[in-house]
Design a protein around this ligand. Structure first.
Ligand SMILES: [Zn+2]
Length: 220
């Protein structure tokens, strides 16, 4: 089975970049990682995460883990920060750009994430110094979703739907990268309401359940 390591940046005593409102990079990437994990569960791919809780993992341990596991690809997820708080945009870093499939993966991630937040596509960049790119033995990419130093970005990153959308874009592009075809079954769903307020949705779901529709659930 093909293998992927997803590296969620920072964690524990290392929050990474922190927005003016106190949002931590380490927490945002963990949330994205959790959505991604559940989305990749049914996929025919052996995916390991370098962390799945708010704990500190050294860069050396992340690399060693991926190298020992023998992943085919390594994807590190981060949120950027800049001293100029007006800056926004998505970018993906690689050590070199000699893997055509990974190049497509990176440019597609940039395109689609810039679409989610309506932010600049800063594109694919090369770095010979980023530790995890330099020291992993497989092809690796490092995604910087957006700049948490921008207050609009920070607000966007506190919206679970946006994080879920980022996870979905990553998942879809991982499937393309590994050439995995999925045959998701078509489900005909019955909708009985749509609410701006989550508590109203929960109340509607509970009413449905109490009337005997025990499989009722919320989509957002
Ligand atoms: Zn980071």
């Amino acid at each position: 089975m093909k293998k992927l390591v997803v590296d969620l940046g920072h964690g524990g005593h290392d929050p990474g970049a922190v927005g003016k409102g106190g949002t931590k990079e380490s927490e945002v990437v963990l949330k994205i990682g959790k959505y991604l994990e559940s989305m990749l569960k049914e996929v025919d791919l052996d995916v390991r995460f370098t962390r799945m809780s708010d704990k500190y993992v050294s860069l050396g341990d992340r690399v060693e883990f991926a190298n020992n596991f023998g992943a085919d690809y390594f994807l590190s997820i981060h949120i950027n920060s800049a001293s100029d708080s007006s800056v926004r945009g998505v970018e993906v870093w690689q050590y070199n750009n000699d893997d055509k499939n990974l190049n497509e993966f990176c440019s597609s991630l940039c395109n689609e994430i810039s679409g989610i937040f309506n932010i600049r596509n800063r594109g694919m960049k090369l770095s010979k110094s980023l530790y995890v790119l330099k020291n992993t033995s497989m092809k690796a990419a490092l995604l910087e979703v957006d700049f948490i130093s921008n207050s609009f970005c920070e607000k966007d990153l506190n919206n679970e739907n946006n994080l879920k959308a980022v996870a979905r874009v990553i998942k879809d592009n991982v499937l393309k990268l590994y050439n995995i075809k999925t045959s998701e079954p078509i489900l005909y769903k019955v909708c009985i309401g749509a609410y701006m307020d989550k508590s109203n949705a929960i109340s509607c779901m509970n009413t449905a359940k109490s009337k005997g529709f025990s499989d009722a659930y919320i989509i957002f």
